[in-house]
Design a protein around this ligand. Structure first.
Ligand code: GDP
Length: 199
């Protein structure tokens, strides 16, 4: 159960992030995928991670301390058309540096809009995680916007697409921040994964 969540700081450099003494979980996805909403749902805060009015504006790594025992890292949204190519490249650089160097990173939650077919940028990002051996899970968002049948169909298409290049699938979470779906599953996963952390 999450009962304490507090914002710690924002950074543009992985080296300046909080000391890696406790486990960390990062959240990433295309702008507007529902990342802030998911963090708010998980932490039961209405506006802990600001729900971004301007997609792609939050070009920072934001750290939140949960129950004094682990971090959430809210990573910049990727691939938003309105952000200039230059700032996209800059984002890529520091986010990738963070992902490749953050020693306490236990898992990356790759957020995917359940209404949208597999997108190149998401598939490439997961492939990159595979190559760099960065553990990740797939986290479908906005399930409330779909009928059950459509959700099953879309996720099944996604799995098939993944299996073209992956031998096995990562863990998959299905969430809705609006209807509070998937919360307990994610928290259980985190609490189990926390036990693997070696200081
Ligand atoms: P971010 O840019 O990835 O942080 O996305 P936000 O959390 O700001 O959400 C983008 C938009 O999607 C906002 O208008 C949210 O209200 C909406 N949204 C996010 N999650 C959900 C969800 O689970 N269900 C519904 N119906 N809308 C959502």
């Amino acid at each position: 159960m999450i009962n304490q969540a507090k914002f710690i700081e924002s950074n543009t450099e992985w080296k300046k992030c909080p000391k890696p003494t406790i486990p960390e979980y990062a959240f990433i996805g295309r702008s507007n995928v529902g990342k802030s909403s998911l963090i708010n749902m998980l932490t039961e805060r209405r506006a802990l991670a600001k729900i971004s009015g301007t997609p792609g504006k939050t070009q920072l790594i934001n750290h939140f301390l949960i129950n004094d025992s682990y971090y959430y890292a809210d990573l910049p949204g990727y691939g938003y058309a309105k952000v200039s190519k230059k700032s996209r490249e800059k984002f890529n650089k520091f986010t990738l540096k963070y992902l490749e160097n953050r020693e306490n990173l236990m898992c990356v939650f790759v957020l995917l809009d359940s209404r949208i077919p597999p997108q190149k940028i998401d598939l490439e990002f997961m492939e990159y995680c595979g190559i760099k051996q960065i553990p990740f899970v797939m986290c479908f968002t906005k399930l409330d916007k779909l009928k059950e049948k459509e959700a099953i169909e879309n996720i099944s298409i996604y799995k098939k697409t993944m299996l073209k290049s992956w031998e096995s699938l990562p863990d998959i979470f299905q969430t809705s921040s609006k209807s509070i779906v998937g919360k307990q599953e994610i928290i259980d996963f985190i609490e189990t994964t926390n036990q693997l952390f070696k200081n």
